[in-house]
Design a protein around this ligand. Structure first.
Ligand code: URA
Length: 274
């Protein structure tokens, strides 16, 4: 589609906005979660102690119950063996950090589990916590519009996940220990999906997934791969931030075009093609 011209070419602001389909969905002005894109830079992640408020309990299938009880390295190793149903059960039963105390439900992710594209946000907000699906509030509507701008649909072409599966109270940015406690679940999702490109939405996701400290501005535009793999990673703005900051939508469009170029290159190199 015509969007290819966006990255690196001199489109006018009006052309960029048209390319990004800045129709009603792109004009949302709902209050954004306070946490997005404003967190302080965070150092590389370390495994947390399990949260004493939320220890594992209840009747669960053996694989997920074992995962919740085990010491941290063993817990991560156990999570790394889970299939999708076990992963869903494991996340729903997780008590590894304090976020479990106030969640209505854990939010694993949504989309096509064999997708080429993986988008990773920060954590569920109030609407996501209520509905059990990531990015269903105002930021999610913008994300859907961004996906549509490059011919992607959330139910068919992408998988959408978060760095933490439980809502941080007040939609605050998840803490380092919370993201670290949840990391084995996201790592397992990535291992199962095997995406061809990963897009990290906002600083929390970038810091957590890449293990790179730094501001969004310092990470955006750089080339990364998902640690331990050749999967290209693009760091971009969180949609909640874009709802507040119109002028950075043009940069988000550049990021999407770069991600699409990386996806095309990965698809061309892959054998057999999917
Ligand atoms: N913001 C996120 O980072 N994730 C969601 O699921 C919703 C809002």
């Amino acid at each position: 589609m015509s969007g290819d011209a966006g990255a690196g070419s001199a489109l006018s602001r009006a052309e960029l906005l048209r390319e990004m389909r800045l129709g009603p969905l792109w004009r949302l002005r709902a209050p954004a979660p306070a946490a997005a894109a404003t967190a302080a830079a965070q150092p590389a992640l370390a495994e947390p102690e399990p949260d004493a408020r939320c220890q594992a309990s209840g009747d669960r299938p053996a694989a997920t119950a074992a995962a919740a009880r085990a010491p941290l390295a063993e817990r991560a190793a156990a999570i790394a063996t889970l299939d999708w149903p076990q992963l869903r059960q494991g996340v729903a039963a997780c008590r590894a950090c304090g976020l479990c105390a106030e969640r209505r439900q854990a939010v694993l992710g949504v989309g096509e589990i064999n997708a080429d594209w993986l988008f990773i946000g920060e954590g569920p907000g109030a609407e996501e916590d209520a509905r059990g699906e990531p990015f269903v509030g105002p930021a999610g509507k913008l994300l859907d519009a961004m996906l549509a701008a490059i011919d992607l649909r959330r139910d068919k072409d992408v998988y959408i996940a978060n760095t933490v599966k439980c809502r941080p109270p007040g939609n605050r940015t998840p803490e380092l220990a919370e993201m670290s406690a949840c990391a084995p679940f996201l790592q397992r999702q990535i291992a199962l999906i095997q995406p061809r490109v990963i897009v990290l939405l906002g600083r929390a996701a970038a810091n957590s997934v890449l293990g790179e400290a730094g501001s969004l501005a310092s990470l955006r535009g750089k080339s990364f791969v998902y640690p331990g793999s050749a999967i290209p990673v693009v760091v971009s703005y969180h949609p909640a931030y874009l709802l507040r900051t119109l002028h950075d939508k043009a940069k988000a469009w550049e990021d999407l075009c770069r991600a699409r170029a990386l996806w095309r290159a990965a698809s061309a190199a892959a054998t057999p093609p999917r």
